[in-house]
Design a protein around this ligand. Sequence first.
Ligand SMILES: Nc1ncnc2c1ncn2[C@@H]1O[C@H](COP(=O)(O)OP(=O)(O)OP(=O)(O)O)[C@@H](O)[C@H]1O
Length: 317
Amino acid sequence: MSVIAMRGLRKDFTVRVGRGRLRREKRTVTAVDGIDLGIERGEMVGYIGPNGAGKSTTLKMLTGVLTPSAGEVSVCGLSPVPQRTRLALTIGVVFGQRSQLWWDLPLRDSFALLRHVYRVPAGAHAARLRRCRALLELDEFLDTPVRQLSLGQRMRGELTAALLHGPSVLFLDEPTIGLDVVSKQAVRSFLAELGGSGDVTMVLTTHDLADIERLCRRLVVIDHGRVVHDGTIEALHARYGSRRRLVVDLDAPLAPDFAVPGAELVALDAGGHRASFDLLSSVAGAVVAELTSLAAVRDLALVEPDIEDVVARLYRS
Ligand SMILES: Nc1ncnc2c1ncn2[C@@H]1O[C@H](COP(=O)(O)OP(=O)(O)OP(=O)(O)O)[C@@H](O)[C@H]1O
């Protein structure tokens, strides 16, 4: 059985909108519109979509914060809303915009309180905290009140807080939002290490696609509350015909009509000395072999297709 299962999952909100100066009308907003998904143990799934696509609403239904309007949902075999207390013991939640730490307490005390909230045996708690302290480099601010922590420090604290009870599923909503590049890398490396064990199932929403590239083999894209892609990033590239690009610096200018089967010459720069090819069916070696019969190759670079480009194309379509 899937660790996370959704069948025909749907969430409608009723909103009141102004009509003229006095009238207000009820309108239904469908945030999640019939999602069917199964997520297996140990998977790291990127759950992405444009603003308002329904990502947070889905996560709220998975974590028992919101009751679905229709459909079925289960997490670790539990029904999130009615079994919310039991669910809390098996899941960890990190919402980038919201804190689960005690604002006025030092981080160390928040962690100690969480041990009692979740009734974690002292030994297990100490072992998990030791690991997080080492991997997330918490020691220099463990005694600082949470309200004085920087965003990056707090996020490292939030991750620790979410893991101290040893959850088997981790939900992460924008875990790197607002972080500088170094903190982002620290959080990503930590999550990669955590996911590497294969014991923790992770669902990650983010607008930073580098998070997805670094962490997730599976990418689920939603738009208007519906799944529009479920598969690898490579499958998404294949679907949109993304191409790898080969850029070659030559010691003699290349003729603009140069042609090689399976590749398309898309740009000639630096007076014809720099040629860029989109690789259609050919491989880089075949193109380079053709070129070396005409000029010496000084340098070359192979540029992988950009995830931002392909996801932007998916959102636009
Ligand atoms: N409590 C609510 N009441 C009414 N409408 C809501 C509520 N929560 C969400 N919505 C609407 O549901 C839709 C989906 O919102 P949701 O927050 O799930 O999107 P999202 O994909 O998380 O977006 P973002 O990337 O901007 O965070 C939006 O149209 C939003 O306005």
